[in-house]
Design a binder for this molecule. Structure first.
Ligand SMILES: [Zn+2]
Length: 281
């Protein structure tokens, strides 16, 4: 059987916003970890250029405002810039969410001159209202859910999960889901984080992470033969030397195989819509 595997390298350029939003930090030490994301982004841009690979960068509005030159450089290099909230936080209300959403869209558009068509929820914290927000703004895809691993699918709205009754399935929409998973995300496994709620040890060795990532890729390639392999990385995490060397080893492993194409997320989502036309139920 001919293999047909799309590979998406995605970078969540959270920079300082993840420390302010998700971790509620104000210490200059914590914030400087986000600042290092800008260093990592520069290294990744060079590697992507050398490989000739177009990636997808999910950029919070806060990062676009803090590091406009880097975001402009990413866009100019032909990479896709996608939406990742403004402050990297879970909004309290649907109104807050809509306001921050549009503020982030405006920040990205100001720099890139283009409207983002893809979205990944900060820390995979999608709210039920987020999907409505994406549909109202005619987004092409989301990448925050885990209902599949290697297969895009159409998102539902209106699911209900009562604690005293059976699950109620909502209706399918034309918003494409390009699945996310924590297992193919570098942040929890590499980043050592202390919070009031506990400690995430992180700091895994790159060989340990390589084993997990290459294992998922090999399963897709050898056993399934068709689908999309999506890696979620953060310049502030993957941008350290020993981890970049691991990423190089992984990309070499993938590139040696036949039937592999590196694509942006928007390309994969558009192709899915074309080959699997949405049929309203
Ligand atoms: Zn993020």
């Amino acid at each position: 059987m001919m293999k047909k595997i799309d590979v998406c390298l995605t970078f969540d350029f959270d920079a300082i916003s993840v420390w302010i939003g998700t971790f509620h930090a104000r210490s200059p030490s914590a914030l400087s970890r986000g600042e290092f994301g800008n260093v990592g982004a520069g290294r990744l841009l060079t590697m992507l250029r050398d490989w000739g690979i177009q990636a997808t960068w999910f950029v919070p509005g806060h990062t676009a405002d803090a590091f406009p030159q880097t975001v402009e450089q990413i866009a100019r290099a032909g990479h896709e810039i996608a939406h990742h909230g403004y402050f990297h936080e879970r909004p309290k209300t649907a109104e807050d969410e809509a306001r921050d959403f549009d503020r982030a869209s405006a920040a990205l558009e100001r720099i890139t001159g283009q409207r983002a068509v893809g979205y990944r929820s900060p820390a995979a914290g999608l709210m039920p209202s987020t999907l409505d927000c994406l549909l109202e703004r005619d987004f092409l895809y989301d990448s925050s859910m885990m209902g599949q691993d290697f297969c895009p699918y159409y998102c539902r709205v209106g699911d209900q999960a009562p604690s005293d009754g059976p699950f109620v399935w909502g209706r399918q929409t034309h918003l494409v889901e390009l699945p996310f998973t924590w297992g193919l995300d570098d942040f929890p496994i590499f980043e050592h984080v202390w919070t009031r709620n506990g400690v995430n040890p992180g700091l895994a060795s790159p060989s340990h992470v390589y084993e997990i990532w290459v294992g998922d890729f090999d399963y897709l390639y050898e056993r399934i033969g068709e689908g999309v392999f999506i890696l979620t990385m953060h310049p502030q995490a993957i941008g350290r030397g020993h981890r970049l060397l691991m990423l190089e080893r992984l990309v070499d492993h993938i590139r040696r195989r036949d039937g592999i194409t590196f694509k942006t997320m928007a390309e994969v989502a558009s192709e899915f819509r074309r080959t699997h036309p949405f049929e309203p139920q």
